[in-house]
Design a protein around this ligand. Sequence first.
Ligand SMILES: *Cc1c(COP(=O)(O)O)cnc(C)c1O
Length: 357
Amino acid sequence: MRHTQVHIDLPALRHNLLQVRRLAPHSKVMAAIKANGYGHGLERVALALPEADAFGVACIDEALQLRSIGIEQPIILLEGFFHVDELPQAEQYGFDLVLHHPSQVDKLSQHRFHQPIRVWLKIDTGMHRLGVAPEEVAPLWQRLVEHPWLVPLGQMTHLACADDSDSPMTEQQLALFASLTAGLSGIQAIANSAGIIAWPSSHVDWVRPGIMLYGVSPLLGGRAEQHGLRPVMTLRSELIATRTLSAGEAVGYGASWRCPETMPIGIVAVGYGDGYPRHARSGTPVLLNGREVPLIGRVSMDMLAVDLRSQPQAQIGDPVVLWGKGLPIEVIAEHAETIPYELLCGITRRVECVAVP
Ligand SMILES: *Cc1c(COP(=O)(O)O)cnc(C)c1O
């Protein structure tokens, strides 16, 4: 068997939830576990977080999966429903809907209710992705309040630039949200992970952490360690070949990297077919036997090459960490010109997943 695995450190996940509570002690926590728990396993993550006050998911399939394993906390469909045929199940399983568009409120009138449905109203305060426009907020909230079957819980919005403490955008969004919701009943939710860490005034009634639960910094240039977070996922593999090449010889597809001198190189059994980013450039750190060696040449589907000049004694079978414990995923994302979110979600099915309870 190919020893390419992700280890999921569940105690670290629970530690990170506690860290959310320390940072936002007066807020309830809606844990964002969409996209297969950011690649960590939807069910595994939900079962490991009995202390979460609620779970946020992107679609009803994810919500149904959670109920099917006995999750009883509130489950919020962060984009509401896409089609009215989802409503009977939303009602039956008690999912909370985020309504982000007036057409969703119109469509609810086509539904024959048997049970009340709890709803949030999502307001667009400047991100311009989902949410109702400022002038629609008051009349729509009134419609929700007057609806005989809807239970309006409160209002939410999403921050576009909370990861950047120099951006004026967050203050503008917070001010607009406060003014739009000032006269409305219900509770409020604003902060994602970056808001929780960098913008205490965004905490309000509920916070919605995602990436920080998985032990990753949400801030530009940030590192999990600075926020007291512990990485949950470690991507591991091993050395499967070593060889010595002469000066000028090339490594990998396109012969894009050439040896500056006679030197040992190693091949690691991980590639973009596993979710390691193909765009990671030469020089991206790889942890071999607990010490960093640089990636060299292009990443292949199933393998990548490393420079062994600092570890000429390295042998086939030696352990390799691609990110996680000992090697921050933030560093790898920077070298690959992407974000940790994309790396976490990109682990493919063939990678064996081992959870540490
Ligand atoms: C995914 C999501 C979050 C969590 O964001 P992070 O940056 O991962 O903390 C919060 N709110 C909404 C609406 C989301 O979709």
